[in-house]
Design a protein. Sequence first.
Length: 662
Amino acid sequence: MKKCLYAGIIILNLCLFTIINEVKAKENQETDRKVILISIDGMKNDYTKKYVKENKLPHIKQMQDNGVSAKNPSTITPSLTAPSHAAIATGAKPNQTGIVSNHWHEPNTALDNEESGFQAEIQVPPLWVEARKQGKTTATIAFPGANPKEGKQGDYSIYAGETWSPSNLESLTYIKSAEWIHSPKSFSPLKETEFSIKMKNERNCLIHILAIDSTDDQKQNYDTFVLSEDKKVDPNDSIVKGNQWGSLPLHIKDHQSAGFWFKIKEGNPDLTHPVQLYRTSVTSSLISGPKGFSDEIEKEFGFYPTQDDDSALEKGWITRKEYQEISTRYVMWVTKVSLYIKQKYDPDLLMFYTPQIDHEQHKYLLIDPRQPGYSPEKSKKYMSYIEWSYQLADKVVGETLNSLKENDYLFVVSDHGMEPAHSTLSPNKVLKDAGLLTVDQKNKINFKESKAYAIPSGSTAHVYINLQNREKGGIVPLDEYETVRDQIIQAFKGVEVSNKSGKVIQHDIKEIISSIKTDNFSFNKGQEHIKDIWNHLFNLKIHPYEKVMKNTNITLLEHQNSGDVVLIGAPGYVMGSDIEKNITPPIELGTHGADGERSMLRPVFMATGADFHKGKQINSTSNLDIAPTIYDLLELDVPSFVEGKKIEGIYKDKKAKKIGND
């Protein structure tokens, strides 16, 4: 009896234990939130609204209808890619992250030494590191600042590696084939050719091509091609039809995975004349994860593809359609790899990045009549390229939305917007004219004898004083530091240029006049008056360096990486490296880096998930607020360095009561 009683008690306890565990598991499942963050570089708040209104971004509209979006989000100053992503990832400003620009002078080195904001380590732990410390699984794919080269990042981390060789257009002459192993059947005698790829810090790579006639039409019609490193046809080779994309993986230094995409252009089918082959650059990746992860990604998705190829497009090697195919391949590779990791490894935090909008806007944001080459027709053409990039981003959002599970939360953000640039400023020319920067007989900068040097990035530039005992080979004594800094400030505040706004007014008025159908005589006096107005406006002087500041007066940039003086350009101006002219044509049509509150530089913010409102628009948010909101959502301790605040108004009341904790 006692044995039966004891057995019954044990069984009852086991049942109760199981029930309690099931209840706890259910509770944990309800709070087992997963966060996916997509950063779409350069996505403008105003353009996104416009395209959504025009029904050109259906998936983004779906996300906004089922989630929360911000009407007037802002980013940090300078609104550059590397600093802004560091702010998104940490909730901290550049004075804490150390990422003060896309490029800056490396402290305690010679004046011309530069550091890249995309390769440097963020000086406070980003989300993926801090969440990992607190027991979460994290993954970052191509996300700025998450470079595995700088040490352990997320549990799963993929980043761009070396570019081993630039792209090229090969001219190929075919000869009769010999010494190929396992050659496929051909209805015409096999032909072959080869080309060599000059590899960075590596021996040249010789690529063999075998041409095959696969059609039994009694003609020499070579339509199939094998690319091989060893003239042995096997699964490692690439077999493609003419004028179709193919790829060839290469195994190079330290067994890194690399490769290139290519297309054999249409030509003479009998190969009696040279045939052209376009190939992309040879690219590779840095992959960090558990044992076998790198091989798994390579097997499933191939090597890390090239992001774009402006040079090939400009040289006529590829068409605009082919250029877009290259860019799309990169964006979708990152997206598919990210969602594969999400599905298989179920990370608590997944962050990935797409660059195409930023890239297209830098190249094609031709919307201001002051910009060289502007015409309504050309602007319309260029805007179609930008619209394409937004629609590609919409596809990324769509695929991600389709992958979401019940407890998934998706954030779609951008680091900054973009402004049109009509002129390039040359801060080092200003320093040269002020006697602070020295050049040699070949008009090259003499860094050893220069008192100051500016490093430009977008609409911002950092000016560094060549200070003794701080810079290697510094020449400015400490007691002259403030004097030199004041000289720099006065030099830039004294720069004036002609106001170009008259061109905008002229353009607008011409359009108005041309649209009015009436006799010319009634408008003669009016046109003369209008001409006087715009001539007056055109001759006004403005200060193109909108802000000239000591770094000690800018709390967010008070860091050893920052310049002693920081310059921010007025709207329409991008910073350049010229030392011969103060003002030159724009080095790019789109620019950013200035005050993050400017309307054209506003980023986007969208979020969706079970605990978020549906179809709600909040007024404003800052990119500094993204990290603390994700900490709150994942129920993690917020590090002391975080300056942003949890975004208010996005949670349903139930969620706010449950974990709201300001």
